[in-house]
Design a protein around this ligand. Sequence first.
Ligand SMILES: Nc1nc2c(c(=O)[nH]1)N[C@H]1C(S)=C(S)[C@@H](COP(=O)(O)OP(=O)(O)OC[C@H]3O[C@@H](n4cnc5c(=O)[nH]c(N)nc54)[C@H](O)[C@@H]3O)O[C@H]1N2
Ligand SMILES: Nc1nc2c(c(=O)[nH]1)N[C@H]1C(S)=C(S)[C@@H](COP(=O)(O)OP(=O)(O)OC[C@H]3O[C@@H](n4cnc5c(=O)[nH]c(N)nc54)[C@H](O)[C@@H]3O)O[C@H]1N2
Ligand SMILES: [Mo]
Length: 791
Amino acid sequence: MQEDNLNNTSPEQTNNKEPAAENPYQLLDLKLTRVGKWAAGVPAVMAAMSDLVEEKTFFRGNRALLKMNQFNGFDCPSCAWPDPDDERSPVGEYCENGAKALAEEATTKKINAAFFQANAVYELAKLDDYKIGKMGRLAEPMYMPLGGTHYQPISWEDAFKKIAVHLNQLASPDEAAFYTSGRTSNEASFVYQLFAKVYGTNNMPDCSNMCHETSGSALLPTIGIGKGTVKLEDFYDTDVIVIIGQNPGTNAPRMMSALEKGKKKGAKIIAINPLPEAGLMGFHNPQQINGIVGSGVKLADLYLPVKINGDMALLKAIELLLLDFEKKSPGEVLDHAFIEEKTTGYNAFLSQFEKYDLAELSRQSGVSEADIYEAAQMMAFKKRIIICWGMGLTQQHNGVALIREILNLLLLKGSIGKPGAGICPVRGHSNVQGNRTMLIDEKPTDEQLDRLQDFFGFEPPRKHGYDVVHAIKAMHDGRLKVLFCMGGNFLSATPDTTYTAEAMRRLSLTVYVSTKLNRSHLVHGQESLILPTLSRSDIDLVNGVHQFVSTENSMGVVEWSRGMLKPVSEHLINETQIVCRMAIATLGSRSVINWQRYHDSYDAVRDDIEKCIPGFENYNVRIRQKGGFYLPNTARDGIFKTKTFGDRAPFTLTEIPDNTLATDEYLMATTRTHDQFNTTIYGLDDRYRGIKNERRVIFMNSVDIEKAGFSPGERVDLFNYDDGIERIAPLFIIVSYQIPERNAVTYFPETNVLVSINNVVKESNMPASKYVKIKIKKHDPTIYNRINQVL
Ligand SMILES: Nc1nc2c(c(=O)[nH]1)N[C@H]1C(S)=C(S)[C@@H](COP(=O)(O)OP(=O)(O)OC[C@H]3O[C@@H](n4cnc5c(=O)[nH]c(N)nc54)[C@H](O)[C@@H]3O)O[C@H]1N2
Ligand SMILES: Nc1nc2c(c(=O)[nH]1)N[C@H]1C(S)=C(S)[C@@H](COP(=O)(O)OP(=O)(O)OC[C@H]3O[C@@H](n4cnc5c(=O)[nH]c(N)nc54)[C@H](O)[C@@H]3O)O[C@H]1N2
Ligand SMILES: [Mo]
């Protein structure tokens, strides 16, 4: 390993016997720059290009960029924002962060057996995630034997045999779990879930369990579908767009073009966020020359600086005012015909407002009465409202209730299920929505299972399986023994890092199908396999035929995707083939399914998806049509087919949470920088928030900094005490920022160590990683001794 890599190791972590589960506790060299008021523009173009140069893939990468998100190209591996149905920019239908994602996988650097022979896992774990990711693409299958210190090469054949031996010796199939991150294609996902079910378990935790599970839990019982209802074109002709708990400038940058277009047609934008994110405030469209050099467009007409978890009070305050306006202008604010015909529970909903008072709601939300009034005014006499949300809501302990409150608001206005109106949960991973549609779900419904049973003639397991949080607990107490991961970075993405690392080390086998090395490979089970695979931009040849896969975006469009880069190694095989070969090795003659047929052709997979999942009629024909096809969405058409409420959407009664903090406590949200994709760290800056070259920062309000006797730039340690356990994240730098008092923001995965495994969202069981109670103390250089004790 190179010298400079070792220099980044913190001495304290080298004392541990196990490979470090966390990034080195070491600071880089923080520089503060101006906080951005605009997103994209020239710096974004420059940043995108510089990542390609750094990854030594400029020409390869640029050629690929021109194909990304084009009708005949491949789907961007970054976010799930849809591509325009009609025209696509010939210069490039991508954004800065899409280009970074591509640079990350298009790199020609690779790591193979010689690399693993030269570097013990223990040594690799001393590097930070940024350096680990920059090592290059995984180039051949690797195996860690029991008690081993180095991964060693293994043939594909032997790797599948090892998996088969482990899976077949378990006392029950429920001792294995099959995780999915959200990049896996529809074809691979379908085959993967089918394998798990034929093998005998519904233990299919997935990244949704940390992402939009909350949205699904809120919506499925209330509108009959767990997805959003709007299309891209709805943004182009609407009255009001609300963006709450989401940072589009960084995490869905192509959404900005849609917002710009809507805005030009007269839509007003309201942004609700504890941070004044650059991407909410303004936008320079890098795809238009005047956007690169000109003054850009102002986006948010109104910015509401809500406190962390103050959203419930804010939403109720807006509703209170709407009801008040309605009294003054009867029939002009609420849509009574809609309420009468399509909803239920209106009277009970109304009666709760007797107990609410605007001044109190304003105090609880942190937003001034005047601002709340303005927001309510902007919506009161408009009929078409779109509400978008992201992790700022779904990762709150009351996230399900929050999303139902959004629905309450739209039901009052009759603003769902018609053009220019509705809900838009902005999905994360590029095919996370497709994974669910393909039945990657720990709680499949009986109808879904019946269809599989009828078509394939096997009896799928009916018992619900483990989600992410349940899986970690089951690993910890020995109920799970094998964890198979289709992509992702299970250790770093999940909460309570110390606990989760313990849990993972107890497994008898961990298997990772991955494109890049990450920390989960280093904190592994007793035996471990790394299976390298093709990425979305790679050419996927099966029996000499250039294959394409399909994905579903955030708005339910299924579209094809065909890679065009030469793979970095001849040892890479695609995810579908990995599953089929694992199935053949594990199930042998026990299986009624012809895995070889799927192995040899994605068309065969699509033919069978069509038979088992509604909405995919004529899949192989329609997927070849320009732009793909929309999946059916009853709620979009204004039909709410719910189990409990018939054809009506219910108003839900929700509570305002009590967010009282102890005098030295703060409420912390963990979030993303502009330079990462989840646990993949592209760079060490967070340009729009004015941070350069550091990730161990904590954003605090200047009043809090002063009250606590700290100063900006000071080094502190962070603590969480949920469940009576001390959790420590050492060595962070205070950055004074425009954030509500008693709130703090840090980046994940570094602060996942502070999120208790029991701090979950009610009903969806997601980690509440944007609602973490912390204490902040001056940095104590002896703190590391205490961490070692905890470990
Ligand atoms: N470049 C890039 N793109 C990505 C990703 C990435 O990591 N990098 N990740 C992908 C994935 S998997 C996902 S799920 C999405 C995530 O995209 P987002 O949903 O935008 O996720 P975050 O950045 O975690 O946080 C969103 C916002 O929530 C705000 N927030 C925090 N607490 C609260 C609160 O109590 N109330 C309100 N109203 N707001 C709050 C934060 O200030 C932040 O602006 O992006 C996807 N796209
Ligand atoms: N504290 C905190 N924790 C969070 C969040 C938060 O906001 N705060 N956000 C949560 C959210 S929204 C999500 S979605 C999860 C994300 O959790 P994951 O999806 O598990 O994590 P990623 O970092 O996206 O996974 C990155 C890894 O995926 C592999 N990979 C990339 N592309 C491919 C591919 O095409 N095929 C295969 N097989 N592997 C590939 C690479 O090896 C890479 O290292 O994290 C969650 N964790
Ligand atoms: Mo996500």
